[in-house]
Design a protein around this ligand. Structure first.
Ligand SMILES: [Zn+2]
Ligand SMILES: [Zn+2]
Length: 775
């Protein structure tokens, strides 16, 4: 059962046949594409070409040859083509040719994940080139190995975090390597977006500055998934002029892409007027995955959350074992946070065909070159069209046809998309957003740079010109830097403590108390919600209960248990306004953009019965308050206007809360962010605004540009929100309109008709104030 006789159309037919309702809202046929090859470039090393030919590559695809030749000529270049289009060859050819022909030259390879760097190491080792001595250099590398690598390796594979924490601060020991640095490869560079991307942009500038000090001037070769304006994004990332190669010349099989809305469930009590609910996207995905496996189809299901991936894998295994005992063993879960050995084992099993299906988080979106899958199930819109295509691109063996299915979650954005296919197909993908001038990134990064070597006046242009000058002056005034005639100096004995991922604090290790076995890790921020004492935690389909979360030692002790309840954390959030950047005075309505401080604390959790969702009890928790300074967009509506719109005073809190949830749900349509990047708060009377107010804020310190985008396009954003709520068939609110999966108040209170009235009032006032804000 390792191959399938089913065409995508047959498989889709088979999947739809399992339900009497019609869950498919749209089918898009994406045609096949012929491949175009080019001759091997004349400058390429004969030994490198021989190694590639031995691996079965007769000739490069046109885009590979074009990008490789640009790089060999010394142009900075980004190759931005689809999944499995062979982007690695575009940098392997010039880099390995150079290392082979010039026995002194060195190169640095950067990837966003350790797994991908390990993968590249194996690929480069297959070339068997003498004297290159490629090596991965990351958190797992021992002290002795590090010393050897610095002395001997000419191709170092690492990640931006290691560059930031290890290599750049210790640059004097890397002097020879940096002086001879010919190439810097930045793989999967679309991963560097938002605040993380802005940090990485400065890490690369710090690298360029130090290399230049030692006399090195490397050529940058970047590889990206398809994105809106790759030359511009790569140029912002590196600070250099970058040429883009975007015409994908690799062959592609036809793809059938279906949009799928899970069917409505039969009412629990036909005599009671209960709101209709849909099957959950997780159950639906698990069923589709089981059907696909039973048909012998190699399938990958992408699930948004780690927990979701575990749940889908478990449900699929159970369903398969009921049909053919043992068949469930051919399905596994896969996500970041698994230990390296576990991930390797899973990857090997999928490649060999021992596993037929995986339920994965987007850890696989970046990782390993998995080919030969017949179908991809995408459980919930992944937030951007770029990610959607990246995930769908995993399906399709060489030349074969493939099936991709997007399964809508019960969520306003997903519901909107499966009914508006034109918002997905035939539209350009988003531009990767990053902003190196974010003051919360620029200041700390300038401190890092100064601690590595004093910043000179000429360096300021590299770090952003006027913004960098202003930041340096601020840091000098606060005493972090000291100005001397030769430049700005870092004044403290230690190095600045700066975390690129902005997650704050070390990841929490999940350890089985009885055996001491390390199960995986969870970042600090999520640990309050996922690993609080008493939480139910899933790992590879096994259920654990958390005995204790120790934040000081960043460890959660768990034991295996199968309770018949789930847990949901509750939090208390407060927003205070620090300053207003811009506002629209629309009479009874005010629209604002400004700086806020958000404090939040997970205070308790509910235990809910599996199946019925009935609340068993609520238990208190003692977790510290978290503080976040960020950017928010907010609107206020006068109580009189609410009254005139027909919102009764007791309904005001529920109406605002419902409008807040839906507005957050629809923001990704406009701001290309993720619902989970955004937070919100609504209140019938806020102490700073002295009015009924809805806040929507960036979940990252200093903001990531999402609230700004929401403010600029407020009319379009809020009218899409109003339309989504008003068009929902439910009566009192459901997850497809005003309920939120991340609500810290358990979705209470919510008043659906009130939300429509609130948004109507806001939109009318903005219109008469002349604020159009088109998307
Ligand atoms: Zn609804
Ligand atoms: Zn809420």
């Amino acid at each position: 059962m390792t191959s399938t006789a089913h065409s995508p159309a047959e498989l889709l037919h088979r999947l739809r046949a399992r339900t009497s309702a019609s869950p498919v809202t749209h089918v898009e046929q994406i045609p096949a594409r012929e491949g175009r090859t080019a001759p091997w470039p004349s400058w390429a090393s004969a030994d490198v070409i021989a190694a590639l030919t031995a691996q079965g590559i007769a000739r490069p695809w046109e885009h590979q040859a074009t990008a490789a030749s640009l790089a060999a000529e010394g142009h900075h270049v980004v190759v931005a083509t689809g999944t499995a289009s062979g982007k690695s060859l575009a940098y392997q050819l010039p880099v390995l040719s150079r290392l082979h022909d010039d026995p002194r030259a060195t190169a640095l390879y950067l990837s966003p994940t350790k797994a991908l760097a390990a993968d590249q190491l194996r690929a480069v080792a297959r070339f068997g080139l003498d004297g290159v001595r490629p090596a991965t250099y990351d958190g797992d590398t021992s002290r002795e190995e590090r010393e050897w690598i610095r002395q001997n390796s000419r191709l170092v594979l690492t990640n931006p975090d290691m560059l930031h924490h290890g290599l750049l601060p210790g640059h004097s020991r890397w002097a020879t390597f940096l002086r001879r640095l010919a190439y810097v490869v930045v793989d999967e560079c679309h991963a560097y977006r938002g605040v993380f991307g802005s940090h990485v942009a400065h890490v690369l500038r710090r690298l360029r500055r130090l290399a230049a000090r030692y006399g090195g001037s490397p050529t940058f070769v970047l590889a990206s998934a398809t994105s809106g304006d790759p030359a511009d994004a790569a140029s912002r990332l590196t600070g250099l002029p970058v040429r883009a190669v975007t015409t994908d010349a690799s062959p592609r099989g036809a793809t059938t892409f279906a949009l799928w809305e899970p069917p409505l469930l039969p009412p629990e009590d036909p005599f009671e007027d209960t709101p209709p609910t849909r099957r959950s996207a997780l159950s639906e995905t698990a069923d589709l995955l089981a059907d696909a496996v039973a048909a012998g189809t190699r399938t990958l299901a992408f699930v948004r959350s780690r927990r979701g991936a575990e749940v889908v894998a478990t449900m699929t295994r159970r369903a398969l074992d009921e049909v053919v005992p043992g068949l469930g063993d051919r399905v596994a879960a896969y996500r970041a946070g698994y230990l390296k050995e576990d991930r390797r084992r899973i990857e090997r099993a999928l490649l060999s065909g021992e596993l037929l299906a995986l339920a994965s988080t987007n850890a696989l979106e970046l990782g390993v070159d998995l080919v030969g899958l017949d179908a991809v199930l995408i459980c919930g819109y992944p937030g951007t069209r770029a990610s959607l295509w990246q995930q769908a691109g995993r399906a399709g063996r060489a030349g074969g046809e493939a099936l991709a299915v997007l399964i809508a979650r019960d969520d306003p954005l997903d519901t909107y998309l499966v009914h508006h296919p034109s918002a997905l197909f035939g539209r350009p993908v988003e531009t990767t957003v990053l902003d190196p001038s974010n003051p919360y990134v620029l200041g700390p990064q300038l401190c890092c740079a100064a601690s590595e070597a004093p910043i000179t006046a000429t360096d300021l242009a590299l770090f952003g010109g006027d913004a960098a000058r202003a930041a340096v002056d601020g840091l000098t005034a606060s005493g972090a830097l000291r100005r001397r005639p030769s430049g700005w100096y870092w004044t403290h004995p230690g190095r600045p403590d700066v975390d690129l991922r902005g997650a704050g604090g070390a990841p929490v290790s999940v350890v089985e108390a009885s055996t001491g076995r390390l199960l995986g890790t969870v970042d600090q921020t999520s640990s309050h919600v996922m690993l609080h004492t008493g939480a139910v935690y899933l790992h590879q389909g096994v259920t654990y209960l958390v005995d204790e979360l120790d934040l000081e030692d960043a460890i959660a002790l768990v034991h295996q248990e199968e309770p018949d309840w789930t847990t949901q954390a509750r939090d208390v959030t407060d927003v205070s306004v620090l300053g207003v950047r811009s506002y629209v005075d629309a009479g009874p309505v005010g629209l604002f953009l400004g700086d806020v401080e958000v404090t939040s604390q997970v205070v308790s959790y509910q235990r809910r019965r599996i199946g019925s969702g009935e609340v068993i009890d609520t238990r208190p928790l003692d977790l510290p308050v978290r503080e976040l300074r960020t950017v928010a967009v907010w609107f206020t509506v006068s109580p009189r206007a609410l009254d005139a719109a027909g919102v009764e005073p007791p309904d005001v809190p529920g109406a605002l809360h419902a409008a807040e949830h839906a507005a957050i749900g629809l923001l990704p349509l406009i701001a290309t962010c993720d619902r989970w990047d955004i937070g919100g708060l609504s209140t019938a009377n806020h102490v700073d605004t002295e009015a009924p107010t809805v806040f929507v804020y960036d979940g990252h310190p200093g903001g990531a540009g999402f609230a700004e985008r929401a403010y600029a396009t407020a009319a379009a954003w809020l009218s899409a929100t109003r339309e989504a709520i008003a068009a929902c068939a439910c009566e009192a609110g459901c997850p497809a309109c005003v309920q939120s999966p991340k609500c810290g108040n358990g979705n209470n209170p919510l008043h659906k008709p009130g939300a429509v009235q609130v948004l109507g009032t806001v939109l009318a006032a903005l219109r008469s104030a002349g604020h159009s804000g088109s998307a």
